[in-house]
Write a protein that binds this ligand. Structure first.
Ligand code: ATP
Length: 254
């Protein structure tokens, strides 16, 4: 299958040139954001807005600044420009990598309880989050080092859900997960999103899943960032331009 999409004349660049209009229900507004490390500019003039309950996918080649942007959004990286969260927003962040040793002698349950303690969330949030992501209680009682890639990603998702965020920021939800597991994980995220009325901002390399699940797509890469619907952004022309090379992806049947 080939990607469906608008022609090259589609308005792909609407954000960088003109900020997205403020709407009722906008969760975050980002305008002219830039990030540099020393003399190296990683992000320049990034702008977009995310409406409540929608899914923004951030795509782009390795090193294009996707993780840096997520970290800027949660305030972990200094930036230029403005990032305005709606009052009352609570974010849950799932990093791409965890800076903990997987062979630490702690169980999934311990891990979730630690988050509840830090977030001052009630103990029942742990069970609730675990059940939401369909992680079996006996799996959560195992040491984190023996969990499969898919189980570990579910644990990370549960970790982010403890404290009841209104927005989930997810860096590569399917890293270390096989292809059927990726679909299942996206289904789970989608289900949790609908049930909890969450807004999702996720970084992904899985363009077919992005096509299926995202409401809007922000593409970082060579040239100016582009922002639009999956149909507008995920065209062979745009992808080739942003990645610097043609990228093939398959659209799964619904
Ligand atoms: N704290 C930091 N100090 C210096 N440079 C950094 C720092 N964090 C990220 N970078 C650099 O910023 C650039 C973008 O990194 P980032 O991790 O955001 O890329 P990415 O698009 O998420 O890549 P990937 O798809 O490989 O995960 C890289 O060149 C990286 O080395």
């Amino acid at each position: 299958m080939r990607p469906a999409g608008a022609g090259p004349s589609a308005p792909l660049w609407r954000i960088a040139a003109a900020p997205y209009p403020r709407e009722v229900g906008t969760v975050v507004e980002v305008a002219h954001v830039g990030v540099s490390f020393g003399r190296t500019e990683v992000l320049r003039d990034v702008g977009f807005a995310v409406a409540e309950g929608t899914t923004l996918a951030i795509i782009g080649p390795n090193g294009s600044g996707k993780t840096v942007l997520l970290r800027a959004l949660i305030g972990a990286v200094p930036h230029r420009g403005t990032i305005r969260w709606a009052p009352g927003t609570r974010t849950g962040y799932v990093p791409q990598k965890l800076d903990i040793e997987r062979d630490l002698p702690i169980t999934g349950e311990d891990f979730l309880r630690a988050k509840a303690a830090v977030a001052r969330a009630p103990a029942q949030d742990v069970t609730r989050a675990r059940e939401l992501v369909e992680l079996a209680a006996d799996v959560a009682r195992k040491p984190i080092g023996v969990l499969s890639g898919g189980q570990f990603q579910r644990l990370l998702l549960a970790f982010a859900l403890v404290g009841r965020p209104t927005v989930l920021l997810f860096d590569e939800p399917t890293a270390g997960v096989d292809e059927p597991g990726q679909e299942q994980l996206y289904e789970t995220i989608h289900r949790v999103q609908a049930r909890e009325r969450l807004t999702l901002i996720l970084v992904s390399h899985e363009l077919s899943l992005v096509y299926r699940y995202a409401t809007e797509v922000l593409c970082l890469g060579r040239g100016r960032p582009c922002f639009g619907s999956p149909k507008e952004v995920l065209t062979p022309e745009t992808i080739a331009e942003m990645y610097g090379t043609p990228v093939k992806f398959h659209l799964h049947d619904r």
